[in-house]
Ligand binder design. Structure first.
Ligand SMILES: Nc1ncnc2c1ncn2[C@@H]1O[C@H](COP(=O)(O)OP(=O)(O)O)[C@@H](O)[C@H]1O
Ligand SMILES: [Mg+2]
Length: 374
């Protein structure tokens, strides 16, 4: 565990960048430091690997003051990733990634082999190995930065706004990739961002900092969204807090109705059996949803695909959240969300009203839990 113990940093010009910050950063999880520009995130991160020395307080790594550790071995145990990747422009991609292992005495051949494996791990085509950084897109360079930080297999990764300089689509890809890598590798990651959505998506724990390096709140993201500690945190979380919080509620317990789901080749009997529902969800013969139709408009065996109403965006019960289910219901012109399995086959449908009830039930559960926790 990394323990930040009442740490302050005053720069020589008198700026107090961090003010008596205490944080316990759990092992093998992603802890995000988030807050407005200038609130002391980078300073805090750099105090962990001693690129900046605290003015007061201490930082403990597994119980030992980081100042007791030789700075080289400390930094070797902590990969460091920054915005714009900070790659060596005159070295090829493969040699960028192999830099630290080479410094540690790994042979060129072995280091390059490992670097090629890392390229695959971070989702880079090994065909790029001999290129130079300027020949890669921003997103690809960022992946190289992550691969290079992982090369010495450090238990800790420090990441300072690593994805802030790329466009939103690439950024989402990098975030998903980081979560996947973390599932596989289980590093202790301290991730700095000014983007609260990124913090909520990536963090197991999120520390919200305010200007002057004051800790405003340290909590799991769901708790941040449900119970912001004060108006600053609430304001920083931004709009749609209620909707966004639904991302943390599972959709697995929604009761699905199967009667309104009819295959396109259904016979008249089957359709009249289902016809009590206001709309029927028509599927293809494999069960994939095609669209909605009013029962009286369906003539057995001759459903006109072009006349079906769009079914919005389907959700996967258990995998997707209540937010996705609600979105599906809101997008659907019938007000019913469509549930599908992993192969895209319709499992059933659920009304806006049923999603609303599930949301209320989740609130009740949260309230009971909060009471039980005191
Ligand atoms: N080397 C430095 N000397 C003086 N002031 C600094 C130095 N580095 C950062 N600061 C100041 O400390 C505060 C926190 O900076 P920083 O940790 O970089 O914040 P963040 O990463 O959250 O944007 C800011 O007011 C910044 O101007
Ligand atoms: Mg910064």
């Amino acid at each position: 565990m990394i323990r930040i113990d009442s740490v302050s940093k005053r720069y020589p010009d008198g700026t107090v960048a961090v003010d008596r910050l205490s944080l316990d950063i759990p092992d093998r999880a992603i802890t995000v430091l988030v807050g407005p520009s200038g609130c002391g995130k980078t300073t805090t991160l750099r105090m962990i690997n001693r690129m900046v020395e605290p003015s007061e307080g201490r930082i403990l790594l597994d119980g030992e003051d980081v100042r007791e550790r030789p700075v080289n071995s400390l930094r070797r145990s902590m990969g460091y990733v920054i915005q714009n990747a900070g790659l060596f422009q005159h070295r090829t991609i493969i040699d960028n990634i192999a830099t630290v292992p080479r410094l540690l005495g790994t042979s060129k051949r072995v280091a390059r082999e490992q670097a090629a494996e890392l390229m695959e791990r971070v989702g880079l085509d090994t065909a790029l190995a001999r290129r130079y950084p300027y020949q890669l897109s921003g997103g690809q360079q960022q992946r190289v930065g992550v691969a290079r930080a992982l090369a010495a297999d450090p238990p800790v990764l420090l990441m300072d706004e690593p994805f802030s300089a790329v466009d939103p689509v690439v950024r989402k890809g990098l975030q998903d990739e980081l979560l996947r890598i973390q599932d596989e590798l289980g590093k202790t990651i301290v991730f700095v961002t000014h983007d609260i959505d990124e913090a909520v998506k990536l963090g197991t724990m999120v520390a919200v900092l305010r200007t002057g390096g004051h800790l405003a709140q340290f909590a799991p993201p769901a708790e941040l969204l449900s119970d912001p500690a004060d108006p600053f945190v609430e304001d920083f979380l931004g709009a749609d807090r209620g909707i966004r919080r639904l991302s943390f509620f599972a959709s697995g317990e929604l009761a699905l109705e199967t009667a309104p789901v009819v295959p396109i080749d259904a016979d008249a009997e089957r359709i009249s059996g289902a016809a009590t529902a206001p709309y029927l969800l028509v599927t293809d013969t494999d069960g994939a949803p095609l669209g909605w139709a009013e029962p009286e408009r369906i003539v057995a065996g001759s459903i006109d695909k072009d006349q079906l109403l769009s079914f919005g965006r389907p959700f996967r019960p258990g995998t997707d959240s209540l937010r996705t289910a609600l979105d599906g219901a809101v997008l659907s012109p019938t007000g019913w969300a469509v549930a599908v399995d992993g192969d895209g086959r319709a499992l059933g449908v659920v009304s806006q009203q049923a999603v609303g009830e599930a949301i209320r039930a989740a609130h009740d559960e949260h309230r009971t839990d909060a009471k039980a926790a005191g």
